[in-house]
Design a binder for this molecule. Structure first.
Ligand code: TXA
Ligand code: MG
Length: 350
């Protein structure tokens, strides 16, 4: 199959919508990352998503709708809380878990009686949903377990020849996936930190529980929460702790690895990069640690770029859990797949 690169104009949108209505797969930009879209109401099209990504059938998909008013098309009921949160935070990087509507095939929800829904904050994404006339099921448009794509080129790097088309809408604004909030529990549970912060959710809802991180799919609230996810080819090590000791750890580990003749990749905020600039390591800068939005936007592209140069290992420092840092920390922790060095007790990370 030849994958078409479609322009972000009315003709491109019309072509994409026609493909989607035929049950084909089209990747499209959202404000978070690129999604791999299919008609959410067509089980065959949904099955094709799992095949193209190599995604396990037990990992459910997010359904994208164009506006809050379309929610009743995909859920069994709209609880007042969903109405309130949707009105406050949609369109936006927040996915709500709600009771599945009977129209949504079980292939989308991996057999669950709940469905994940969001209204993306990207004009192209919403125009595409409207033009297609269907809700769109869309996971991130990467091969399963790989880093999520923030450009159309990233999508092609993973899925060229496996999907009908990708709409090129440039680099995504946010760079990290949506927050996933389960509204079927009381209090609501944050299953995945993302573009909407825990602080924002708590300000709106009061109590919000945090899902524990899990490393086995058995009985999980959300299978996509598996530890090994968003992973580069090179082994990534993440150091967690106060800035000064963490930086000292990075310095000595880098020196040690370089002395052993290994090629070290560093994924660092500008301040850390500056402090370690004298070392002969290959460094990708993420932006100033005071600008978390910039770091989030750069994270996946930087990780892909560094990984493509095939260092023997990649080192990164955790930036805490305030605001967007929680989502950044979550993705780095998953990319590290267990290679996390805690320099102090984990109390401060709750
Ligand atoms: O920003 C995003 O959320 C992007 C864009 C394309 O919208 N999508 C995305 O999809 O990241 P995906 O499939 O990579 O991640 C969806 C997450 C997974 O962790 C999945 O397990 C969880 O949502 N999920 C989906 N349906 C669920 C359900 N019914 N219950 C619990 N978790 C669910
Ligand atoms: Mg994904």
């Amino acid at each position: 199959m030849q994958t078409q690169m479609l322009p972000a104009d009315p003709a491109g949108l019309a072509a994409a919508a026609a493909l989607l209505r035929q049950g084909q797969l089209v990747a499209f930009p959202t404000e978070t990352v690129y999604g791999l879209g299919a008609d959410a109401l067509c089980p065959e099209a949904v099955a094709a998503i799992f095949a193209a990504k190599g995604r396990p059938a037990e990992d459910p998909l997010i359904v994208h709708v164009a506006e809050l008013a379309a929610l009743p098309r995909v859920v069994a009921m709209v609880p007042p809380l969903a109405q309130q949160i949707g009105a406050a935070l949609w369109p936006g990087p927040l996915t709500l878990i709600l009771p599945r509507g009977p129209q949504v095939p079980l292939a989308v929800t991996a057999g669950r009686e709940t469905v994940a829904v969001r209204v993306p904050d990207h004009p192209l994404a919403r125009a595409l949903i409207t033009a297609t006339g269907r809700p769109l099921a869309a996971p991130s448009a990467n091969r399963f377990g790989h880093t999520s794509p923030t450009t159309a080129a990233h999508v092609l790097a993973d899925l060229d020849g496996r999907i009908a088309a990708v709409i090129d809408g440039g680099a995504t604004q946010l760079g990290l996936e949506s927050s996933v909030l389960d509204l079927t529990t009381s209090p609501p549970t944050l299953l995945r930190p993302g573009g909407v912060s825990l602080e924002q959710l708590r300000a709106l809802l009061g109590e919000v529980a945090l899902a524990p991180r899990q490393s086995s799919a058995a009985g999980m609230a959300s299978p996509g929460l598996l530890e090994r996810h968003y992973a580069p080819e090179s082994s990534l090590w993440l150091v967690v702790g106060p800035a000064d000791p963490a930086l000292a750890w990075l310095r000595s580990r880098t020196e040690q690895e370089l002395a052993a003749g290994r090629r070290v990749g560093l994924l660092l905020c500008d301040e850390d990069a500056q402090a370690l600039a004298h070392l002969a390591a290959d460094c990708e800068r993420l932006g100033s640690s005071s600008d978390l939005a910039q770091i989030a936007r750069q994270l996946y592209a930087a990780l892909r770029a560094l990984d493509a140069r095939q260092p023997d290992l990649i080192l990164a420092r955790d930036l805490g859990c305030n605001g967007l840092a929680r989502a950044i920390s979550d993705r780095l922790t998953r990319a590290a797949a267990g290679r996390v060095v805690h320099l102090k007790d984990t109390e401060t990370r709750r």
